[in-house]
Design a protein around this ligand. Structure first.
Ligand code: NDP
Length: 451
């Protein structure tokens, strides 16, 4: 049977666009459908605009820090509308660049919602088209729990388009998005309160990182309340009243729910054509990103493997090379680095101390905390944490963790060493760059005593 396309992709985010470009370069006839804006979560309402807001929010502190370095003068004022307009301009530029990437590759872009009719037929833009292979790359969407008054809450999507900067923000959740936005709002001058249901924020991260970050956030003036649940949200004079399960209430102007994201896989015909989903709706795939239907593949957040843009991009690339490039390879999901763009930021690669102890038994822990040199003159009390986790038997560095200025930039490079299974001795042989914070990673000589 002749198909209209060799490959039809649903979702033009990071994973879908990469898969489209590489498949087309391999000679496939490709179409890609997008119901929102080309670029997906990362570019349109995630990583990129978030990072721009993080930069913006740091200036308040930077102006204060400058005084210790001899700078003086009236404090500049902040204009939220200007920031949002400039951010939107940059997002428009990236959206156009992504479209141009698809056009240059020769992939047909259909700006419409797509649904599966059968295993080779897609309904899109008012007509039906056929394809030999279908790739689902529809990403994920914020999950809003059923709390009375949840309709008054916003998700991270809306944070990028608020008409004005709220003066008081309550953030629910203790993960990546909650803490990043708490930092953004706090840095821009809002009063930020984080409500987290667990014992300590950033569940799954190294315990030292979690404690250290929580302390640093408190120093910045963020009110982090753990073991705290929201009972209801009501409209109140001049804003919202958030009632907690202990009966107390907090008044705010906005309440942000950052309580996780769900794969976007419902109501698009997947179950009807036999694609198996797990209990949260993620598409079940094998190591080749193949679903339970042999010609239907899925990559990125809709598969809920490692929900990070660079991983999704790699999954899209591996799919394209494997299915259309006669060059099969699988994504290695082990030891991926990641960062939380809080203030100060967190970055991490490999095993936490807890995971390493479970995996290897005996481990050596190297840990330093210090005041960054910049803050000797600024007077700020912010501190940095660096930690290496070493398998005692092989001396391989199996984890590196940092909370502090430039942590994501530093850990990205150190991730190469962890990925290559460098030993502690090899790390120690590396000459330091002085004076930097990063040099601490190659000069930590004495393991901390067992605790
Ligand atoms: P996370 O899974 O990181 O965090 C969700 C948080 O909400 C957790 O603290 C969780 O608590 C809490 N929570 C979940 N359900 C409820 C509920 N019903 N009531 C109260 N609290 C609840 O999700 P995010 O939304 O922060 O981010 C989604 C994903 O996006 C991340 O996992 C990450 O993969 C990706 N991301 C990555 C970024 C980066 O790389 N910098 C930035 C932003 C997102 P508990 O711990 O108890 O489960």
């Amino acid at each position: 049977m002749a198909f209209d396309y060799d490959l039809f992709i649903i979702g033009a985010g990071s994973a879908g666009v990469r898969a489209a470009r590489i498949s087309a370069n391999h000679g496939a006839r490709v179409a890609i459908a997008e119901e929102s804006r080309v670029g997906g979560t990362c570019v349109i309402r995630g990583c990129v605009p978030k990072k721009l807001l993080v930069y913006a929010s740091h200036y308040g502190e930077d102006f204060e820090d400058a005084e210790g370095y001899g700078w003086a003068g009236p404090r500049p004022t902040f204009d939220w509308a200007r920031l949002i307009a400039n951010k939107d301009k940059e997002i428009d530029r990236l959206n156009a660049a992504y479209k141009s990437t698809l056009a240059k590759a020769g992939a047909a872009l259909i700006e419409s919602r797509a649904e599966l009719i059968d295993r080779n037929t897609i309904s899109v833009g008012g007509k039906q088209v056929t394809a030999e292979v279908i790739l689902i790359a529809t990403g994920s969407w914020p999950e809003m729990p059923k709390v009375p008054g949840i309709e008054h809450a916003i998700s991270s999507n809306e944070c990028f388009h608020l008409e004005k900067l709220p003066e008081r923000v309550v953030v629910v959740g203790g993960g990546y998005i909650a803490l990043e936005f708490a930092g953004i709002f706090n840095g821009l001058g809002a009063k930020a309160t984080v409500l987290y249901r667990g014992e300590q924020v950033l569940r799954g991260f190294d315990h030292d990182v979690r404690q250290f970050l929580q302390d640093e956030l408190a120093k910045k003036g963020i009110d982090v309340r753990c073991r705290t649940d929201v009972a209801r949200i009501d409209k109140a004079a001049g804003g919202l009243a958030v009632t907690l399960s202990d009966g107390t209430a907090i008044d705010c102007d906005q309440i942000l729910y950052a309580t996780g994201r769900r794969p976007l896989t419902r109501t698009m015909g997947l179950e009807k054509v036999g694609v198996a989903l797990d209990d949260i709706g993620a598409i079940k795939v094998d190591g080749w990103s193949k679903s339970s239907v042999p010609n239907i593949y899925a990559v990125g957040d809709c598969t809920n493997r490692v929900n990070l843009t660079p991983v999704a991009i790699r999954e899209g690339h591996a799919f394209a090379d494997s299915v259309f490039g006669k060059r099969p390879w699988m994504v290695d999901h082990a030891d991926f680095p990641s960062a939380v763009f809080t203030q100060p930021p967190v970055a991490t690669v490999g095993d936490t101390e807890e995971r390493a102890r479970a995996k290897y038994g005996e481990v050596d822990i190297y840990r330093e905390t210090f005041r960054p040199m910049k803050h000797t003159l600024s007077g700020r009390s912010e501190r940095t944490l660096m930690k290496l986790v070493v398998d005692r038997k092989t001396q391989a560095v199996v984890g590196a963790h940092m909370v502090g200025m430039d942590a994501p930039e530093i850990i990205q490079t150190l991730a190469v060493a962890v990925k290559l299974k460098a030993t502690k001795q090899q790390v120690d042989q590396t000459i330091a760059i002085h004076p930097t914070a990063a040099e601490e990673f190659v000069t930590m000589r004495t393991p901390v005593a067992a605790e």
